[in-house]
Design a protein around this ligand. Structure first.
Ligand code: F0G
Length: 460
């Protein structure tokens, strides 16, 4: 395999979805209607949609076939048992509670173990995880290693937890921490993996302090592939074997099957603790549904069960990680500033470095994301001062970084789509000095990035 440098997608296309070609003039008009917020676009007006890798991937022939086996019995459906078996094959937790997506699992768990005075450390909380912790009055604390905050720092496991900081936190807040979380891979930190050695060290710290450890497992298969590639002594192991070792270090997990479940919807909450599981199941019945479907149709459970078998396939993971790196390497070679090393599911452009003439409070990430759409019909996602600069007291401050995430849906775009995206990013980067910042003309009191409206600032 190593003889050839071209990435061969390990699938053929069986069913196609048309994408609509648009002109710069049409996209400029669409941007005006959308108030320059890419979440407000009609997706038909997007050529290559890199907004998220969540629920946007292509399902396989075997997943569509499994959907035909979906059994919609309210209780005890055979589809539920196939789902359960597939989840426990990789994550042998005693209790598995199905949910409609990841944040529903978070909401249920933190409703039980959060609350005022409590604190939940994580390498980096994803925004819904943080919001669900904070909604209960608890504190969400990020303890990633220092390299995890520096876009240009090279480290093989940039998602690792800072063990000394975790130990100190567990000592100073003894009694307040109801769970330690670790997000694999670390999405908010650039899709960066966590090493097995770090997971063992987190487990030991949790044992020293008598606190349970939970995984946010959304991209567990990509994380396991990075462990196989980069961690000494792991190269000969199978991916399921590595995943089971990761699971054995934890007491439970939350999961969005919209990522490494290779499904368009779904998730779960799992744990070993009987009493905690009972409380979570009672909440599940209130909001999601009965304990054997939890907000999903039987056919969705089937799609996830099959997706979990496919996502640990090495041909798939090699292609997945290589094709993300291909995108990043081409942009790096063209001198575009990026978060390095490249994550598993996305490339993160460093808009603050590319657009030094646009101050953070004029939203360089927004300027770059809008330009990529206007010039080439590519939709990415600002992850910077628009997303994180608004504070609950109404004040505004620059975020730590101003990035644009180009997330890659699984098994969906070909190498020529990515070649085109490379061309567009390069074209926009060469004209970066011409871009102007934005001001916000309308925004809600929280999570403004979804609905805010913007106006282009006049050039000086
Ligand atoms: N945890 C992580 C690390 C995530 O990336 C996400 C979702 C969730 C939890 C929540 O899962 O969407 O199924 O409720 N991330 C998506 C993204 C939305 O675009 O990165 P969900």
């Amino acid at each position: 395999m190593d003889r050839w440098k071209t990435i061969v997608e390990p699938f053929r296309i069986h069913s196609v979805e048309p994408v609509r070609m648009t002109t710069v003039a049409e996209r400029s008009a669409a941007l005006e209607v959308a108030g320059y917020n890419l979440f407000n676009l009609h997706a038909d007006d997007v050529l290559i949609d890199l907004l998220t890798d969540s629920g946007t991937g292509a399902m396989s022939r075997d997943q569509w076939a499994a959907i035909q086996h979906g059994d919609e019995s309210y209780a005890g459906s055979p589809s539920w048992f196939r789902f359960l078996e597939s989840v426990q094959e990789l994550f042998p937790f005693k209790h598995v509670i199905p949910t409609h997506q990841g944040r529903a699992a978070e909401k249920i768990l933190f409703s039980v173990i959060g609350g005022p005075g409590k604190a939940i450390p994580n390498n980096t909380h994803f925004d819904t995880t943080r919001a669900n912790v904070e909604a209960t009055g608890a504190e969400a604390v990020d303890l990633v290693i220092p390299e995890g905050h520096d876009p240009a720092a090279i480290h093989p496991f940039k998602g690792n937890m800072d063990i000394a900081a975790l130990d100190a936190f567990l000592t100073s807040r003894a009694g307040d921490v109801t769970v330690v979380f670790v997000t694999i891979t670390n999405n908010s930190g650039g899709g960066q993996p966590v090493s097995l050695a770090n997971l063992h060290a987190i487990r030991e710290a949790c044992d020293r302090h008598g606190v349970p450890l939970f995984l946010d497992g959304c991209r567990f298969a990509e994380n396991a592939w990075f462990i196989k590639l980069r961690e000494p002594g792991q190269g000969e192991r199978s991916i399921p074997d590595i995943v089971r070792e990761i699971a054995s270090l934890a007491d439970g997990m939350t999961m969005s099957a919209k990522k490494d479940g290779l499904a368009n919807i779904g998730g779960w909450l799992a744990m070993n603790d009987d009493a905690l599981a009972e409380q979570c199941r009672n909440l599940l019945i209130l909001t999601e549904g009965f304990v054997t479907y939890g907000g999903l149709a039987g056919r969705d459970l089937e799609a996830i069960a099959q997706g979990l078998r496919e996502v640990v396939d090495e041909d798939y993971l090699r292609y997945r990680i290589q094709s993300t790196a291909y995108f990043g390497e081409a942009l790096a070679a063209a001198g575009v500033p990026l978060v390095q090393p490249f994550g598993g599911h996305a490339i993160y452009l460093d808009a603050r470095a590319l657009l030094p003439h646009i101050p953070p409070l004029e939203y360089p990430g927004q300027a770059l994301a809008v330009a990529l759409y206007r010039e080439g019909g590519i939709r990415g996602c600002e992850i910077g001062t628009v997303m994180f600069g608004q504070h609950p007291d109404g004040s505004e401050a620059p975020a730590a970084m101003d990035l644009v995430r180009l997330a890659i849906p699984r098994r969906t775009y070909t190498q020529s789509h990515i070649d085109y995206a490379i061309e567009v990013v390069q074209y926009v980067a060469e004209r970066a000095a011409e871009l102007r910042g934005f001001r916000i003309v309308q925004q809600p009191s929280a999570l403004r990035h979804f609905t805010a409206r913007f106006d282009l600032l006049e050039g000086s």
